[in-house]
Write a protein that binds this ligand. Structure first.
Ligand SMILES: Nc1ncnc2c1ncn2[C@@H]1O[C@H](COP(=O)(O)OP(=O)(O)OP(=O)(O)O)[C@@H](O)[C@H]1O
Ligand code: SF4
Ligand SMILES: [Mg+2]
Length: 333
């Protein structure tokens, strides 16, 4: 059932303020399981740690970010379990990235080399895993993949700047998954795009999963209304922690954590059942991650906070087979 397991992971940014070293606790004790064959949405406000968690899930960690503790374990298609958090960067580069886990970072489109044609970009990617591959072979593999994803094959001979934003993003998706990785981590793939182009990009991602090119996917966004179109389950992140995980249906229609409720209520374009509860937003700001509050990190914004909330942290607790919540309203202190 499990594809990727993140266990009690902490990853901090080490900063120098004046002459004092401080840690930004961007991912702070996260437990999360990505199941085989699922699309998991990861949502939360800007700065809550989504992109940092994506880096941790693939162990793509560079200073000032450092891995403080915990473990990340990948269960491969052929039945092996690999503790990624124990591997060296060279091993990750050679054996894991691209082959088992692909990450499409938040700035992926702008990271495309502007001076190289798409086929050359794909060639460099494939060559790093198979030094004997030729450009002709790359073009044939890439054209086949573009066709599977519903993209035209003339893309191979274009420069990135000759493609529209949506086409660039879909091309990045095609190139990043040429080696059929088990897991794709895709960070805000639609936020720079208009609504109709967003839908096309989502369809491309959906095809990747439906055709089994990618087995499990983590779709990261600050926008629940986007991710609900594709995700089987949704994990909600707040101030460096996962606060709720449930099926997409339950998150949208029966959110349990007060923060999830606030997020849902602040979306305009949802069904009438949600809309009639009225449009609200979450007052206040997330806490400073250098010095977060001792108990629940949502305590200063939560309308339901009680005494225990400011003294004891609520652990992420299983409510039933399909739901985890970290809130003292739903678990015993
Ligand atoms: N290079 C860095 N140096 C120091 N702090 C950082 C760095 N990158 C991110 N942070 C901090 O870590 C926290 C988490 O950032 P992260 O980018 O993971 O959030 P996010 O949820 O992806 O936000 P967004 O929705 O804006 O992409 C934030 O407080 C951010 O300011
Ligand atoms: S633990 Fe307390 S402060 Fe935190 S969300 Fe639940 S009720 Fe609100
Ligand atoms: Mg981000």
């Amino acid at each position: 059932m499990k594809r990727l397991e993140v266990k009690n992971v902490k990853a901090y940014y080490r900063l120098l303020i004046g002459n004092k070293e401080v840690d930004v606790k961007a991912v702070d004790g996260v437990n999360l399981e990505i199941r085989k064959g699922e699309i998991l949405g990861l949502v939360g406000e800007s700065g809550c740690g989504k992109s940092t968690l994506a880096k941790v899930m693939s162990m793509n960690i560079k200073p000032p970010l450092y891995f403080k503790g915990g473990s990340v374990v990948l269960h491969t298609r052929d039945g092996k379990s690999i503790e990624l958090s124990k591997l060296h960067k060279e091993e990750l580069k050679k054996n894991i990235w691209g082959k088992h886990i692909a990450i499409i970072p938040q700035e992926a489109m702008s990271a495309l080399m502007p001076t190289l044609k798409i086929k050359r970009i794909a060639y460099d990617v494939l060559r790093s895993h198979n030094p004997n591959i030729t450009l002709e072979e790359t073009v044939s593999v890439l054209k086949k993949r573009l066709e599977e994803l519903g993209l035209p094959d003339w893309v191979v001979d274009r420069y990135p700047f000759e493609l529209s934003g949506g086409m660039q993003q879909r091309t990045v998706i095609a190139i990043s998954t040429l080696l059929n990785p088990e897991v794709l981590l895709v960070d805000e793939p639609t936020s720079a795009l208009d609504v109709s182009t967003q839908k096309i990009v989502i369809k491309t991602l959906w095809r990747l999963a439906a055709k089994g090119i990618v087995d499990s996917m983590v779709f990261i966004t600050h926008d629940i209304s986007v991710v609900r179109q594709i995700a089987d389950r949704i994990a909600v992140m707040y101030a460096g922690k996962i606060v709720e995980v449930a099926s997409t249906e339950d998150i949208i229609f029966e959110p349990m954590h007060p923060y999830t409720k606030g997020l849902i209520d602040s979306i305009i374009s949802l069904e009438p059942e949600v809309r009639k509860r009225g449009l609200r937003y979450i007052p206040g700001q997330p806490p400073n991650l250098i010095n977060p509050p001792k108990g629940c990190r949502f305590v200063n914004r939560c309308p339901f906070a009680k005494d225990i909330c400011s003294t004891k942290e609520p652990p992420l607790t299983k409510i039933n087979h399909n739901r985890l919540v970290a809130c003292w309203l739903h678990i015993q202190g």
